[in-house]
Design a protein around this ligand. Structure first.
Ligand code: S3P
Length: 421
């Protein structure tokens, strides 16, 4: 990672990962042909495409568009296991759809995904009538025998869009109204997209209802830029002096803009321009200028709105004046890696004043970081966060396994190169 002095220019970031997954899945079970523009061609979403192809769905890449020939609610019995590889969203949302099918199927994943908890989706799906077998009742491989489902009223103890989406997708196959509530509101892309595809779905704060048995109708989708990918550049342009950056066409759904609110609260200069709504999703250009940050406290309903951005917020906090406290973020321990442990130990190697809490982090700043040998732990968001940290560090930083950015943002390093002057 070479030295440079500031960040300027205009960029696009990777298309939204959450919306890309949902676009394939929902188009697959709709009737008719859906066209997806600006789809995220990254490893996680390719895993979703491959699973649905095995389920008999024709997915064709044509002139920068993905064309999904929807099979309607009933998919084909796959001849092979379905491999979600590294993708929690694939495994958990797909499970909801498989629960409504007339066959048994098995989902597997890589080493990281096989350590991530599945009980959170097994429990509601079993209540709906699906038969499920999983390793230690909690981990992949998971075998789902689907069938006719019954609607449930489910109060989730955790806030998770993956769990919510799994239940809502299963709800399409249950005769009656399925209700789901969660402690705080998680990202609502599934609800917005299902509505576009004709589902009868309603949201009231943290409670959602969906009416089954539903038939979905194909719809075209334009995927906006991913705010979780933009976050790395929002932080970089803020903490690197004399920077000014425009990030174009980013999804700014209020369930995802925690990074903007928190960074603004910390003193960042961030503005939106060219705001519009496409496919029920708000989009804007994000303009960021450098500024001196001050510390803050991040907890409660903030957490789901910036869950994937905490590693890079920790980097921002090392450059902020005072003590930043992140709490009630235990979910970070069950992401692609234990992100609380990973962030604390890797940033410590770079000289950060950071302490790992059971459910969060305490970071004191500002600290002059120093280059070090750091490890991504094969976690895409760790790799990108550590790269941003290296930009404000003295000396050379060497990152192990940098290529794991392919999970969500294959052009990350090229994009960064374009704006470092
Ligand atoms: C996602 C939801 C979040 C997030 C993940 C993507 C989604 O996970 O961390 O990267 O697309 O629904 P949880 O639902 O487990 O919090």
């Amino acid at each position: 990672m070479n030295k440079f002095r500031r960040i300027t220019g205009e960029i696009y970031v990777a298309p939204d990962k959450s919306i890309s997954h949902r676009a394939i899945m929902i188009a697959a079970i709709a009737e008719g042909i859906s066209r997806i523009k600006n789809f995220l061609y990254a490893d996680d979403c390719i895993s979703t495409i491959k699973c649905f192809q095995k389920l008999g769905v024709e997915v064709v890449d044509e002139k920068n568009e993905i064309i999904v020939k929807g099979k309607g609610p009933n998919l084909a019995n796959p001849l092979d296991v379905l491999d979600a590889v590294n993708s929690g969203t694939t495994a958990r949302l797909l499970s909801g759809i498989l629960a409504g099918q007339n066959f048994s199927s098995k989902i597997i994943g890589d080493e990281s995904l096989s350590k991530r908890p599945m009980k959170r989706i097994i429990e509601p799906l079993e209540k709906m009538g699906a038969k499920i077998r999983a390793r230690e009742n909690n981990f992949l491989p998971i075998e789902i025998t689907g069938g006719k489902l019954k609607p449930i009223n489910y109060n989730s103890k955790i806030t998770s869009a993956q769990v919510k989406s799994c239940v809502l997708l299963a709800g399409l196959y249950a005769d009656g109204v399925t209700k789901f509530s969660e402690p705080h509101k998680s990202r609502d892309h599934t609800e917005r997209m299902l509505e576009n595809f004709g589902a009868q779905i309603e949201s009231n704060k943290n409670t959602m209802t969906i009416k089954g048995i539903a038939k979905l109708k194909a719809s075209d989708i334009l995927v906006p830029g991913d705010i979780s990918s933009a976050a790395f550049f929002v932080v970089a342009a803020t903490i690197i002096k004399n920077s000014k950056l425009r990030i174009k066409n980013v999804g700014v759904n209020p369930t995802r803009t925690g990074i903007i609110d928190i960074m603004s609260r910390m003193g960042a200069k961030i503005f939106f321009e060219n705001e519009k709504t496409i496919n029920n999703e708000p989009i804007a250009d994000i303009i960021v200028e450098s500024s001196q940050l001050k510390s803050t406290i991040i907890k409660g309903s903030d957490i789901p709105r910036l869950i994937d951005e905490i590693p890079v917020i920790a980097v921002a906090a090392t450059q902020s004046e005072g003590e930043t406290l992140i709490m009630e973020a235990k979910e970070l321990r069950v992401k692609e890696t234990d992100r609380l442990k990973a962030v604390a130990s890797e940033l410590k190697k770079m000289g950060a004043d950071i302490e790992e809490l059971e459910d969060g982090l305490i970071i004191c700043g500002p600290t002059k970081l120093k280059g070090a040998k750091v490890e991504s732990r094969n976690d895409h968001r760790m790799a990108m966060s550590l790269t941003i940290a290296s930009l404000v560090a003295d000396g050379k930083t060497t990152l192990k396994n940098p290529e794991c950015v392919n999970i969500s943002f294959p052009l990350f390093y090229e994009t960064l190169k374009k704006i470092t002057k």
